[in-house]
Design a protein. Structure first.
Ligand code: B4P
Length: 204
């Protein structure tokens, strides 16, 4: 099973690249950002809690996102692998994900991390804010807070995957196609034996 953590700062291009990778490798795309926005749009209780947190540029509570991921993994027993987009974002989420996968007797194959400067992240999010209507993209203060939260709570989990030799940084600057090609090359050179057999089935 190919299980990829697609990592990067807010606006690094995780969602954009996850859609392309999902199609290329036939994986199931699980985006906690999309799940939370769906809850917000539906007006559910969970959405109300998440809406306020997200619009302030903070992270939703760990238990809430872990429960959502557990539910979505459970809904797809047929999946030949997952792309985790925007999850995990804390150490607690990283540990919980390993535990969830352990129950299925599988593990994370790699963390592929989009490397993008703070200036570029800010530019992209402000630009998206002009068209997306997303509350968390509208103000420079909220964007700065999202980047600060990323540095404090999310970036440290790189060490968790680096210690397992699963961390693969990728330059996240350039055209969407250029970045997609870089990601593809990294994924195609992953070595775990469980994946090596199936990689031959992918058309490069
Ligand atoms: P997410 O939905 O995960 O999204 P994101 O970090 O804002 O952006 P992403 O990296 O996916 O960038 P995108 O491709 O859209 O999170 C939103 C919020 O939800 C979080 O702040 C948090 O509050 C909450 N949340 C989500 N997961 C959570 C978790 N696990 N725990 C707790 N809270 C959680 O690209 C951004 C923009 O750049 C787009 O406009 C795109 O068109 C553009 N772009 C992409 N690639 C580009 C390129 N190569 N060049 C130029 N522009 C590019």
């Amino acid at each position: 099973m190919l299980n990829i953590v697609l990592f990067g700062g807010p606006g690094a291009g995780k969602g954009t690249q996850a859609l392309l990778l999902t199609e290329k490798f036939g994986l199931m795309h699980l985006s906690t950002g999309d799940m939370l926005r769906k809850e917000i749009a539906s007006g559910s209780e969970l959405g109300k809690i998440a809406g306020e947190i997200i619009s302030n540029g903070e992270l939703a509570p760990d238990e809430l996102v872990i429960d959502m991921i557990r539910e979505h993994i459970g809904q797809h027993p047929e999946a030949k692998g997952f792309i985790f987009d925007g999850f995990p974002r804390t150490q607690a989420q990283a540990l919980a994900l390993d535990k969830l996968l352990e129950e299925k007797d599988v593990q994370i194959t790699a963390m592929v991390a989009l490397d993008v400067s703070v200036d570029e992240l800010t530019t992209r999010l402000l630009k998206r804010g002009e068209v997306s209507g997303r509350a968390d993209d509208q103000s420079i203060d909220v964007i700065h807070n999202r980047i600060e939260v990323y540095h404090q709570k999310t970036e440290p989990i790189i060490d968790y995957y680096r210690a397992q030799e699963k961390y693969h940084p990728v330059d996240g600057l350039g055209s969407i196609e250029e970045i997609f090609n870089r990601l593809k090359q990294v994924i195609l050179t992953l070595k775990p034996h469980a994946f090596q057999h199936s990689v031959q089935n992918y058309i490069i």
